[in-house]
Design a protein around this ligand. Structure first.
Ligand SMILES: O=c1ccn([C@@H]2O[C@H](COP(=O)(O)O)[C@@H](O)[C@H]2O)c(=O)[nH]1
Length: 233
């Protein structure tokens, strides 16, 4: 089932049962779901089958980063399992991203391929520690341009960079933004954060939301509050 909603709920759970317990409360007409490293490492492709069987479009967030042939083969494997979106790290470089994008088009696989720019948990000091002197926004813009030139469909960035990316890369280039924090939620380990409504106004095309919903005392009430906030945008 496809949906017009920008919401992608991050199913960051330690077991298939726990993830499906949340998925069974969600409506595939009102959100997509994201499977990340923890859940996929524990449950494997079975989680994709289970979520597809429930009608969800799935973003497989494994952030591949390796030599071009290895990444292209992993992206192909994900796409052949029917995921709606898969990602790589833009810092893997042009050749890696071009090879992955070409693999999808050679096999006529319609899965969206996007690249992570700078993790939303990182700030300027974190970049400096790994030898990057640019600000997060500058580095994100550099990697977003490289990602677009490499033929990918969009980027993972923080909503704080979405407006600049929209101006440089256009409306159609996807801006998938984690680090979304409604006013009622804690920042946790995220640094470059924004509220759902502000993120949409800034140009995000999709909002990735995990703990503000999944760890809420009443997850469905938290989700309803986010939807209400978005209805005013
Ligand atoms: O830069 C990034 C890339 C990916 N993520 C992932 O998004 C969710 C966010 O979860 P919250 O609980 O809402 O913080 C999580 O699965 C991350 O792995 C990200 O946060 N930042």
């Amino acid at each position: 089932m496809s949906t017009d909603s920008p919401l992608i709920i991050a199913l960051d759970y330690p077991s298939l049962d726990a993830a499906l317990c949340m998925a069974d409360q969600l409506d595939p007409a009102r959100c997509r779901v994201k499977v990340g490293k923890e859940l996929f490492t524990r449950s494997g492709p079975a989680v994709l089958e289970a979520l597809h069987g429930r009608g969800f479009q799935v973003f497989l967030d494994l952030k591949f980063h390796d030599i071009p042939n290895t990444v292209a083969s992993a992206v192909q494997a994900a796409a052949e399992q029917g995921v709606w979106m898969v990602n790589v790290h833009a810092s893997g470089g042009r050749k890696m991203m071009e090879t992955a994008a070409k693999r999808l088009s050679d096999h006529r696989l319609a899965t969206h391929l996007i690249a992570v720019t700078v993790l939303t948990s990182m700030g300027k000091e974190d970049l400096a520690e790994v030898g990057l002197t640019a600000s997060p926004a500058e580095h994100v813009m550099h990697l977003a341009a490289l990602t677009q030139q490499s033929g990918l469909n969009g980027v993972v960035c923080s909503a704080q960079e979405a407006a600049q990316i929209r101006a440089k890369c256009g409306e159609a280039f996807l801006k998938v933004t984690p680090g979304i924090r409604p006013s009622f939620a804690a920042a946790n380990d995220q640094q470059r954060i924004m509220t759902p409504a502000d993120a949409m106004r800034a140009g995000s095309t999709h909002l990735v939301i995990g703990r503000p919903v999944t760890q809420a005392e009443d997850p469905m009430a938290a989700l309803a509050a986010i939807e209400a906030e978005l209805s005013g945008v």
